[in-house]
Design a protein. Structure first.
Length: 380
């Protein structure tokens, strides 16, 4: 009986022959072209990428790098319209691998028809990534992705892998990569094929939901070795796609005025609300200079913790009342205060906070009120 790895290799070879127009001459020419620049480019690319900002690692931060492998720039990438998923359709892929209510909201969005199939596959030899498609809403777009690992020893000890993925517009990716961080996602091992992992990764709406070309770069794959060591791999897996903005579930936006909540000597003004299927998000703005809490201090960094603690005291008393039913702030998304200390976007030391509350059905709700203590405002 053939091994799973050999079966997969033969299937992909057959599919690529049928769908790809890359000749041996093309591959040789590309390899020679890249090889000529490998000595200088690989070193620079390695140093630059390792210094990029990334989303904080949610697991233990006491780990250290055991070793890192950079894929040589001369590696040839074959980009085909094949699919690792058995069906090739995002809706069927989701039902098969995530249909057990792990993300019920995403399932509802897909069932309502808000999705876009991409089905691009890229390989560097050890790792093969398949970008299945995109779904989500206009503020919380999601990538559906499969990762195939052609190494039986690796997959034997890893039932989950961590992905760090750059998701940017083409111009930003090609010219301003050092200004952005990577998005984090986890891929779970397939129940039947141990070499295959499935992931749903939340990405940035500013790039994914604008209807223009998006670059997806699976920059880093992390596999735990033990409690203190983790194994980083840096594959060369890059996609480009364009999805219409209309494929994402719409979000409703409202601007508010004269809605003030006061606490600890600071006035917080509710200025905006965003209502989507994943959450209700609110924007609060405030100024701390001259307040009793600041005590004459105008350096934001010296006041950061005090400002955050004061906000948490307020938001923990805040509720969203929908047709008489009260909903508290999401415990993991109470909002973190950010202040424009240099006045780069407006007034110096002007601050913003964005807490999340449960999703609200705007059409069905007859009354929506936000309140904290004795202060309340009618939003609908």
């Amino acid at each position: 009986m053939k091994s799973l790895g050999l079966q997969y290799k033969n299937q992909i070879d057959e599919l690529c022959v049928a769908t790809c127009n890359v000749t041996a001459e093309n591959i040789l020419a590309k390899a020679r072209e890249r090889q000529s620049d490998a000595k200088s480019d690989v070193t620079k690319e390695t140093d630059d990428k390792q210094q990029q900002k990334v989303v904080p690692f949610k697991k233990s931060n006491a780990k250290k790098v055991m070793w890192k492998v950079m894929v040589a720039a001369a590696s040839v990438l074959l980009i085909c319209t094949t699919t690792l998923a058995a069906t090739g359709k995002l809706s069927e892929w989701y039902d098969k691998y995530f249909g057990d209510a792990k993300e019920p909201v995403t399932k509802e969005i897909i069932d309502d028809g808000y999705l876009f199939d991409i089905n691009q596959s890229v390989s560097d030899g050890i790792f093969t990534a398949e970008l299945i498609g995109v779904t989500g809403d206009a503020e919380t777009p999601k990538l559906a992705m499969d990762i195939y690992i052609n190494d039986d020893e690796l997959v034997a000890v890893h039932d989950e892998i961590r992905l760090m993925v750059y998701i940017l517009g083409t111009y930003q990716y090609e010219n301003e990569l050092d200004k952005y961080g990577a998005w984090e996602g986890y891929a779970k091992q397939d129940a039947e094929n141990p070499n295959l992992y499935h992931a749903i990764i939340t990405g940035p709406p500013v790039w994914m939901c604008c209807g223009e070309e998006v670059v997806v770069d699976v920059w880093q794959i992390v596999m735990d070795v033990d409690a203190k060591i983790w194994d980083d791999r840096y594959p060369n897996l890059v996609f480009k796609y364009t999805a219409p903005a209309e494929v994402f579930h719409p979000v409703s936006y409202f601007e508010y005025e004269n809605m003030k909540f006061s606490h600890g000597g600071i006035d917080y003004y509710l200025t905006r609300g965003e209502y989507g299927p994943y959450r209700s998000e609110f924007a609060f703005e405030y100024d701390y200079e001259g307040t009793t809490l600041a005590g004459g201090e105008d350096n934001y960094w010296k006041l950061e913790q005090k400002l955050q603690d004061n906000w948490l005291e307020l938001v923990d008393t805040m509720v969203l009342v929908v047709d008489g039913v009260e909903y508290k702030v999401n415990q993991e998304d109470k909002g973190y205060t950010y202040c424009d200390e240099k006045g780069e976007f407006g007034k110096k030391n002007h601050c913003n906070i964005h807490p999340y509350f449960p999703s609200v059905d705007l059409d069905a709700a007859e009354s929506i009120i936000i309140k904290a203590g004795d202060t309340s405002y009618t939003l609908k």
